[in-house]
Design a protein around this ligand. Structure first.
Ligand code: PLP
Length: 475
């Protein structure tokens, strides 16, 4: 399997060659040159498989430069019940992504039972094992530099902690994350994890990462890498739970399902699109946004108009506070018939701070064929949905999942089960849960009191040089 760039200007590469990098050299995103298809016989066989075995089947379709037995060992280690143990009381951790039924034909797929209680663990844990494996083979090492406003940084650190040949330098805005999120990251004592709190906002931290990555000499000398959401392996890992969720919500492979996906960078739902392109019977992908509704606007109108950072709303589902969806280019590449020159033309407009408008084009006419519908949600909707699910089902859902449930309810179709992806646990966003319900979510026992553990974090000004100095000193 070769990987090509959405902008058409990069050499086709093998999986291990694109694993450690981010963007393709031409500024595009990597995708497989074609989507492997799943036959009816395979789908029948896969229905019975436990998660790690299903993951292996799907990985084997995308990775042909790692021996199958090694890939199997990686999948087994990544998707073990021990890693995804924070499931609901009475839930079955060995399912890895258990399905909870709220009412007949309306389900939650629990993706947030991993170490950091958000769905990003599902892919990041795999990345941790793949990185370690490939670096060991090549005798190389990597220093991951990232910026986080919460979920990504902790998922990356828990995936990479203790891994040989990998160090993580994670920037976060000082004092802007919740006490729980800070404790999750800063209490890690692993010597390969470096927490750096930047005096400033998330964007300041992000700008520093960009500046360091654009310094080609520094980047090469210190082997700076990234694990952001455009990484192909993350998208690939996410394809697996669409299959798992499909099997859990249906009884036979002639049935169809709908998935509702709380979306920000379009990474999660992009994996659903790919599962559908592989032949999984997905009738509908329902994209849910919060007040940052750029993607909802596109699927309703055909106009993609990313907003300036200053126009981004700060909401109570903060991991969806994104106004330029970094993975969206992958979907558009398929929509325009994989015409890289068209993608280049459209993103020239986007990168210049503009928008593109597909109304009246044949691409817009093709859009319904991709099965995506959308909706948005507000803070008041989240509170009402959290209350409603609590009152009717005695389940606490987090704010992002609440956006999903709200929008999913608007798109139900007779005879098609709806599966809402549960992207985080309520305990991560307890302030809003408290506002909705007047009480706090229960916390997994092992995580009680983590705010009191010793914390390891270095505070710096929003200065590229100070961050570079920390990297230099520790490499
Ligand atoms: C990252 C995240 C999202 C958004 O996922 P994308 O892949 O960026 O669309 C939604 N919910 C939670 C809890 C997240 O952490």
């Amino acid at each position: 399997m070769k990987y090509i760039s959405t902008r058409g200007g990069a050499q086709p590469q093998q999986f291990c060659d694109i694993l450690l990098g981010g963007l393709a050299p031409d500024g595009g995103l990597y995708l497989p040159e074609s989507y492997p298809q799943v036959s009816a016989a395979e789908l029948a066989e896969w229905r019975e498989l436990p998660y790690h075995a299903l993951a292996l089947k799907i990985l084997l379709k995308y990775v042909d430069d790692i021996p199958a037995c090694d890939l199997k060992a990686i999948a087994d280690r990544t998707y073990s019940a021990n890693v995804y143990r924070y499931c609901r009381p009475g839930g079955d951790a060995s399912e890895i992504t258990p399905l909870t039924t709220l009412e007949p034909g309306f389900h939650l797929l629990e993706l947030s039972n991993g170490p950091t209680l958000a769905f990003k663990d599902m892919a990041m844990q795999l990345l941790g094992h793949l990185f370690e494996y490939v670096l060991e083979k090549r005798g190389e090492s990597i220093n991951i530099l990232g910026a986080t406003s919460g979920d990504t940084g902790s998922a990356a650190e828990y995936a990479m902690r203790g891994k040989h040949r990998v160090k993580v330098f994670m920037l976060s805005p000082e004092g802007k994350m919740s006490a729980f999120q800070r404790a999750q990251m800063y209490s890690l004592q692993d010597p390969n994890i470096f927490n750096i709190a930047v005096r400033g906002m998330f964007d300041d931290a992000q700008d520093i990462v960009k500046a360091v990555s654009n310094d080609a000499e520094f980047k090469a000398k210190y082997r700076i890498g990234a694990v952001n959401s455009i990484n192909w392996a993350r998208v690939m890992a996410q394809v697996v739970y669409y299959f798992k969720g499909y099997f859990a919500a249906t009884t036979a492979n002639d049935q169809q399902v709908a998935f509702c996906v709380p979306s920000g960078n379009f990474g999660n739902i992009c994996a659903g699109h790919i599962a559908r392109m592989m032949g999984l019977p997905i009738a509908r992908l329902v994209l849910a946004t919060n007040e940052n509704d750029v993607l909802d606007e596109f699927f309703r109108s055909g106009v993609y108009r990313p907003r300036a950072t200053a126009e981004t709303h700060v909401t109570s589902s903060p991991s969806m506070d994104i106004s330029k969806a970094s993975n969206f280019e992958r979907f558009i590449f398929d929509l325009v018939g994989r015409d890289a020159s068209k993608v280049r033309e459209l993103w020239q407009q986007v990168d210049a701070g503009g928008a593109f408008d597909l109304r009246g084009t044949r691409y817009f006419a093709d859009l319904p064929g991709y099965g995506v519908v959308s909706g948005s949600s507000s803070h008041a909707d989240r509170l009402a949905t959290i209350r409603d699910v609590w009152n009717h089902h005695q389940l606490m859902i987090d704010t992002h999942t609440a956006d999903g449930v709200k929008v999913a309810r608007e798109h139900r179709e007779a005879g098609i089960p709806m599966v809402v992806l549960e992207t985080a646990q309520a305990v991560k966003f307890s302030e809003t849960i408290h506002e909705a319900l007047g009480c706090d979510p229960a916390r997994p026992k092992e995580l009680e009191g983590i705010e009191k553990l010793d914390q390891r974090v270095e505070v710096v000004d929003a200065s590229v040089d100070q961050v570079k100095a920390i990297v230099t000193r520790n490499c």
